[in-house]
Each structure stands twice: as structure tokens, then as C-alpha cells.
Design a protein around this ligand. Structure first.
Ligand code: ADP
Ligand code: ZN
Length: 790
């Protein structure tokens, strides 16, 4: 028998049908360099298409290989391993739990800058390589000529893996029109989308912006840019990538530990034990806002550090405030990297590499930082564990708590979750395992006095303002005392709905099944889901009469009312319309603090993580309208937001107060939020979940079919329903979600419930694999899973 070396690989980019282990021969010269987690190029399928694959392991040569014609790995693409064995196992867990491919799971772990694309090149007789597209364009005979040249052996087509980061150029866009023409385009209704306006305005300001920066800072996709390019408003070009290495500034730690409170001591002692032992364990710190959780996290991180291990500290998307970063930097200096979605591709890449090379021991960041490539992880902290940004909204739709728990188990690390308002599912799971640690006092200051204003009284008295009389008086008091006020309203724009007073028609987006919001500053109706804009009209689209009325207030309207009510006061507004690109977020908050602005009004962006000593009054303007998110979690979300927002008040010696305005004042939810009584909220909520059979009493999944054609979404949902419906799960017939159309795509969903999570996973996997083969290209199928995370 020949001495052949065989490799097991999985494909980087493939569909679920091909998502399995393949065997290839390893060229002898490559064998000594190859390590688990490196990427290679392999010829795949009958056409030998070049594909990028991950090398898993060597396997023993087996007789069965003699019978098949085995191919060789064609190229080694990495010079060091990208993912470790334990990260592979984590990828497998994610793949199995959230229905995706290995490649998708691995891509969620590895930064964009490290992905590899396959480039097609033409090899000339003299050895020169020319990009295929360029060669095609210069060949007068087109593809026919090329095929002939190949036949005559004059040229060869080769494929090469290109690592994005190594490309000397990156794609950027710039304006083709004059900045002064933008307004005219808007005025003449030539632009129909808020995002398009945003792109043009930013390009007018910055001259050119890379496609990656648009994606990471502004969440603007390639599609948006190519639409504008097709219209001739912008052009794309290749821009030389800046090659200068980022210099890491030398920061020495300046802050030291506080003298801990009794609550803090108790929690630290309890968690220190398993840290000293270096064994996997998990805890939930249930500590009210301002109880000193962050100080506890920092203490735990330094204990882990002393053991020679690393830590990952996760914070919600909007919780990663400059304040948070400063506190950690002051304590740990250079031993820390910050990772979040607003980093450019290059910044993210270099943060990732610093971790991988062992140059730092702490990573502070948002969701995807859970994949920080530490090899000696000792601690994972998830602050505000209930936050919605911990659930990934693109494939794989993983829940960070689940991934963190798996990773902690895999690496023998401690998982610490913290929240003033934990998810009831988390609380339930941790409580059952005796792992809840409670902190019920503030380290500094006191919890604010919370009071409720019944808005029905004010409305009945003919007071049509967004503000109740009570709140107006309190704001007046604060202005007079030189103290700051924060007002919270979960809706941007001016008015939230255009309603016909006669036929009750609501103006909806052409592309989505949602009402349009009026933005006064821009004088447009805007769809908050797809960005579509249109002119406001007083005429009802159905009655054709002048009967339209505006309802519901947004932050823009509140700001306008504030100026009328308190003309002397300084007011700052913070929402998606006033923030964007790198720093304006931070600039606004710095301005609020440094210039002692009287009133800050904002969306949930301001509800979390800020700590300003002079804020003594918090107003929550629309407590009834809170609670977005998944249907069964909406009261939980409302409770969380009210608690978080009111927790901004009274964080120093100055006593704080919070005023909640609501119409539905008798709901137990509002009652418990005012009493700030998590335990009663929790038991009420658990009772309701039990009656309605929702998690944690059952596992649940939502299977969503989307298509531009409604009948295709419906038909495929029906096929899937027929498969599922014969299983032991409870399966609800296909139905439309609350938003039945998004971005011109119709949505049909199937809800399943099952007491046994394993049974649910098996049944869903079967259906998923079956559908993956059947599904037409124009239909997508997505599965959201709500299982116990611990
Ligand atoms: P949480 O994360 O629970 O909201 P923080 O850790 O941010 O709480 O603490 C709230 C405030 O109390 C911060 O200003 C912090 O510096 C301060 N603080 C926390 N622990 C102590 C302590 N032991 N002694 C004095 N001040 C403390
Ligand atoms: Zn829309």
C-alpha cells in the first residue's frame, strides 16, 4: 500500500446538502505545515470547481479509498490556524442548534477581513496572470475566443484564494453629482429611500467611503449602494488600502478597586471559589441598577488574570458606552481590546489578531466578541443578559447565552450573567441550579422614587400635550435647581401614524406592512423598516378627502414641545436620526455631560449604561407602547425598559425620581415596575407563561418562509407543515406574523412547541434537511429557536 496522507475537510461556503466531511489527499510537501483550522483550496465536484475548505484533521488511509479516485488538496491558504479544535466543536454546536452550515457558523466567528474569496485568473504562455474579467473584456471574440484558446493550450484558467485583508485595494464609492444637487433630487422625488439620502449626504461630507465602512458604521448594504450606482448618482472605485499598522497607545492602569459593599463581597466570594479551582460553573448576578455589578466584573477579571487566564466581557450593543470602555481601560490599561460592530474591517481584524497572538488577556465587546480567539479562557461575563442585541438577527441566529455556556463548558471557564431584570427563562434555569446571587442595594445613592401618572386624567381634562402636568412641574423644578433630566420615548420621528378620521385607513409603506412615520425635519413619511420615503398628504388614499390626522408622538415632536414649554432650557435629542458614522454618539453624550444640557430626550439608546451624577429626573413618556420584541416576551421587555430607564436617575448623593406616564395603569406589569419588584413581576409572568404554554415551560421554534410571491411562501409553508404535523410536537397551522410583508417579501410562519427540546431538534432537523432540497431559490426558510439556553 502506498504511503498516502488523507485529510478530512469541510467546505467554507456551501449548502446544507454538501455540508459534510470530505476526504482529500495531502501533497507530501504540504503535510508538515497543515494544522487543524487552516484553510485549503480543493477541487470539488465533477467540474473540479475550486473551493475554499477548512482542514479538520488527518485520517488513516483506508482500503475503501482505493476504489475511489481521490483528489489532492491544491493549495494551502493560511500560514497559521484560524480556528482551534474547540472552536470547531463550538461551530458544530451552533450548526446543530440553529440550523445552518459549518461555514456559516465559522463565518460568524472569524472577522470579515480574514475571509477568502476565490478569484479566477488567466495564465498566459509567458507565465503572466491576468484577472479573468479583465481578460474577457479585452478579448474581442469574447468567451468563445477564450474557450478556443484554452483548447489550443494557449492559456489556462487558474483559481486562487484571495484573503480580503491582503488585497491592496478595497472598494469605495464617491459622488457623481454635485453635493448641491442632492437636495434637488430629493425635492423632485427622484429618491425614494431614507438610506439613499443618508448615503448621498455622507458622501457629500466625506468625499469617499469604503463599502465596508458603510456596512459597519451605518448598516448600509451593497444593494443600497448598487441601486444608487445604477441611477448614476455615485460610482464605485478601488481605493488603496491604508497599510499603516495601528499603533497601540501605551496606557497604564490608573484606577484601583473600591472598598466593596457587603453585597459585592458576598458575590465575589461565591464566584471566586470556582475561579480558584479553574472549573466550569455559571452564575446569574441579579443586582439592581447601580448595585455595583461592573465593579464585581472587574474584580473577577483580575482574579482570572492572576491565574494566567483570559476574560471576555460582553455588553449590549448600546451598552458599550465610552463610560464603560473608560472604566475598563483605567483598570486594565493595555491588557484590553474593545470589539464592537462599529469597528472598521481593519480595526476588527487587528483586534482579533492581538487576541489570537496572546497580546491581550481581556476582550470587551458586543455579541460577536463571544468568539474572541483566546486559547486560555477563564471567564465570560454577559452584562445585561436580557438585552435583545444578544440574539443574532442574521444566520446563524444564535443566542449568545447558549453559545457562551457551551464555550465556557468547552474551555473550563466560569460564565457570569448580570442583570437588574433577567429574562424569566434565565432566572428560572439559574434558580433551579442554585446559581442566583442577589444584590439588592445601590453602592452609591438610592433607587429613585417612581411614580405613575394616569394619562387618561390629563386627556379627559383636555390637555393634549405629550407631557402630563406633573411631569411639566418636575422638569421646571429640575431646570431651576440646575439638575439634569432624561426623557425617554421609544419612537423616533414626529408622529407615528397618519390616520384617516373617516374611514380609519392608516398610511402604510408600499413595501412593508407597517405604518409610515412622519419626520418633520425632513418633511417626509418614512418606513422604519425598509427606509422607503414618500411625501405627506392630507388626503386619504381611500376616501380621497382631506381627512388625514397625525397620531402618536415621536422624539422629534417631544423636542419641539419642549422648546415651546421651556424656551430657555437647552435640549439634546439622541436617536437614529441624530447619531451615525463613528463618533456622533459619543459627541452627543459628552456634550450632555460637559455642557450640562438641561434635558436629554431619546429612544432606548439612552436607557442603558449611562451614569451621570446630575441626572435626577427620568420621564418615561409612553410606558404602554413599550414591549416590542417577540410576542410572548413583550411584557418582559416593557418591564426591563422601564426599570433600566428609571435606573438612570439618582446615581449620586442627589435623590432621583422617575415618572412613568401610561394609559393602561392597571396592568400588573406597570404596577410591579413602579414598585420595582422583580420577584412579583417574575412570579406573575411565570404564571402567565405556564397557562399559555410558553418558554421556559416548553421549547418553541418559529419557521419563517419569505418570498416576493405570497403563494410561494404559503405553498412551501404548507409542504413543511405536512411534514411537521405528523411528529410528536404541537404544530400550529401556517399563519401570517404581525408584520406580514417586509421589503416586498411576504412572510408565512409555522410555530411549533415541544416539551422535549431534543425531540424538537430532531424533528426540525429532518424537516429542515428535506425542505433544503425542495425549496425554490426564490423562497427562503429561516428557523428561530427558543430553547432553554442553560
Ligand atoms: P451596576 O453595574 O450594577 O449598574 P456600577 O458598578 O456601575 O453598578 O456601580 C454604580 C456606581 O457606584 C458607579 O459609579 C460605581 O463607581 C459606584 N460603586 C460601585 N461599587 C462601589 C463601592 N464598593 N464603593 C463606592 N462606589 C461604588
Ligand atoms: Zn417599508
Amino acid at each position: 500500500m502506498e504511503n498516502k496522507i488523507v485529510a478530512a475537510v469541510i467546505l467554507d461556503n456551501t449548502t446544507r446538502s454538501y455540508d459534510k466531511v470530505y476526504n482529500y489527499l495531502v501533497p507530501e510537501s504540504m503535510a508538515c505545515y497543515l494544522e487543524t483550522g487552516m484553510r485549503v483550496m480543493v477541487p470539488f465536484g465533477s467540474g473540479d470547481t475550486a473551493k475554499v475548505a477548512y482542514f479538520l484533521d488527518f485520517i488513516a488511509y483506508d482500503k475503501k479509498f482505493d476504489k475511489i479516485k481521490m483528489k489532492y488538496i491544491s493549495e494551502l491558504l493560511d500560514d497559521e490556524a484560524l480556528v482551534s479544535k474547540s472552536m470547531f466543536r463550538l461551530a458544530r454546536d451552533i450548526r446543530d442548534e440553529y440550523f445552518c452550515t459549518y461555514g456559516q457558523a465559522l463565518n460568524a466567528m472569524v472577522p470579515l477581513g480574514l475571509r477568502i474569496s476565490v478569484e479566477k485568473l488567466v495564465l498566459l504562455e509567458d507565465g503572466k496572470l491576468i484577472p479573468f474579467q479583465a481578460y474577457l473584456q479585452s478579448a474581442p471574440g469574447g468567451i468563445k475566443q477564450i474557450n478556443e484558446e484554452i483548447k489550443e493550450n494557449r492559456i489556462k484558467i487558474v483559481e486562487q484564494g484571495i484573503r480580503n485583508m491582503k488585497n491592496k485595494f478595497e472598494k469605495a464609492v464617491r459622488l457623481l453629482i454635485l453635493p448641491s444637487e442632492i437636495n434637488e433630487l430629493i425635492f423632485k422625488d427622484r429618491i425614494k429611500n431614507e438610506k439613499h439620502i443618508r448615503v448621498l449626504e455622507l458622501l457629500a461630507e466625506y468625499e469617499d467611503i469604503t463599502i465596508n465602512d458603510f456596512a459597519s458604521y451605518e448598516n448600509i448594504s451593497r444593494n443600497v449602494l448598487s441601486t444608487l450606482e445604477k441611477k448614476g448618482y455615485i460610482e464605485s472605485f478601488l481605493k488603496p488600502r491604508k497599510q499603516d499598522e495601528q499603533n497601540v497607545p501605551d496606557i497604564a492602569p490608573t484606577s484601583t478597586e473600591k472598598h466593596f459593599t457587603d453585597d459585592q463581597k458576598y458575590v465575589i466570594d461565591r464566584i471566586s471559589m470556582p475561579i480558584q479551582e479553574g472549573k466550569y460553573d455559571k452564575f446569574l448576578i441579579h443586582g439592581i441598577t447601580g448595585s455595583g455589578k461592573t465593579e464585581v466584573y472587574m474584580k473577577l477579571v483580575s482574579e482570572v488574570l492572576a491565574k494566567g487566564k483570559s476574560s471576555i466581557v460582553l455588553v449590549p450593543e448600546i451598552g458599550l458606552t465610552p463610560l464603560m470602555v473608560n472604566r475598563f481601560t483605567q483598570r486594565f490599561g493595555n491588557n484590553l481590546v474593545v470589539m464592537h460592530s462599529r469597528l472598521s474591517m481593519k480595526e476588527r481584524y487587528s483586534a482579533w489578531m492581538r487576541i489570537k497572538r496572546g497580546e491581550v488577556a481581556i476582550a470587551l465587546g458586543t455579541r460577536s466578541c463571544i468568539f474572541a480567539p483566546f486559547s486560555n479562557l477563564g471567564l465570560i461575563v454577559i452584562d445585561e443578559e436580557h438585552d435583545g442585541s444578544y440574539i443574532s438577527e442574521c444566520t446563524p441566529k444564535y443566542h449568545t447565552n447558549f453559545v457562551a455556556d457551551r464555550r465556557a463548558k468547552e474551555d473550563g471557564a466560569i460564565l457570569v450573567l448580570g442583570s437588574a431584570t433577567p429574562k424569566v427563562t434565565t432566572y428560572d434555569a439559574m434558580d433551579k441550579q442554585g446559581r442566583v446571587l442577589t444584590m439588592s442595594n445601590r453602592a452609591l445613592g438610592k433607587l429613585p422614587d417612581v411614580s405613575l401618572v394616569d394619562m387618561r386624567d390629563d386627556t379627559i381634562n383636555g390637555h393634549m400635550s405629550v407631557f402630563s402636568n406633573t411631569l411639566i412641574k418636575e422638569i421646571e423644578k429640575n431646570i431651576a435647581n440646575g439638575e439634569q433630566t432624561v426623557l425617554f420615548l421609544n419612537r423616533r420621528g414626529y408622529s407615528s401614524m397618519q390616520l384617516c378620521t373617516k374611514c380609519r385607513t392608516v398610511v402604510k409603506c408600499e413595501h412593508c406592512d407597517v405604518p409610515m412615520t412622519y419626520h418633520k425635519g425632513k418633511d417626509f413619511l418614512v418606513c422604519h423598516y425598509c427606509g422607503h420615503i414618500q411625501r405627506k398628504s392630507g388626503i386619504c388614499p381611500v376616501c380621497k378627502e382631506e381627512t388625514m390626522m397625525e397620531c402618536g408622538a415621536g422624539t422629534e415632536k417631544v423636542e419641539a414641545e419642549l422648546h415651546e414649554l421651556f424656551p430657555e432650557a437647552s435640549v439634546l435629542r439622541m436617536d437614529l436620526d441624530t447619531t451615525g458614522m463613528k463618533n456622533s454618539h459619543r459627541d452627543l453624550l459628552e456634550k450632555f455631560e460637559n455642557e450640562k444640557v438641561d434635558i436629554l430626550i431619546g429612544t432606548q439608546m439612552i436607557a442603558k449604561g449611562h451614569d451621570y451624577p446630575l441626572v435626577t429626573l427620568v420621564g418615561i413618556l409612553n410606558a404602554d407602547a413599550l414591549g416590542s420584541g417577540l410576542f410572548y416576551e413583550s411584557s418582559e421587555n416593557a418591564y426591563q425598559l422601564i426599570t433600566q430607564a428609571s435606573g438612570r436617575a439618582g446615581r449620586s448623593d442627589l435623590k432621583g425620581r422617575a415618572i412613568i406616564q401610561a394609559y393602561n395603569v392597571d396592568s400588573p406589569l406597570i404596577e410591579n415596575a413602579i414598585k420595582q419588584d422583580y420577584q412579583s413581576f417574575y412570579s406573575t409572568e411565570m404564571r402567565i407563561r405556564k397557562i399559555l404554554d410558553f418558554p421556559p415551560y416548553t421549547s418553541m421554534a418559529i419557521i419563517m418562509f419569505t418570498s416576493m410571491q405570497q403563494h410561494l411562501a404559503d405553498e412551501n409553508a404548507a409542504v413543511c407543515y405536512n411534514i411537521l404535523h405528523n411528529t410528536g410536537m404541537t404544530v400550529f397551522a401556517p399563519s401570517r406574523p404581525q408584520i406580514s410583508k417586509l421589503n416586498d417579501k411576504f412572510r408565512t410562519r409555522i410555530i411549533v412547541k415541544c416539551k422535549d427540546p431534543k425531540e424538537m431538534k430532531d424533528d426540525l432537523t429532518k424537516a429542515y434537511l428535506y425542505m433544503a432540497k425542495k425549496l425554490p431559490k426564490t423562497v427562503t426558510m429561516g428557523i428561530d429557536v427558543y430553547c432553554n439556553e442553560f
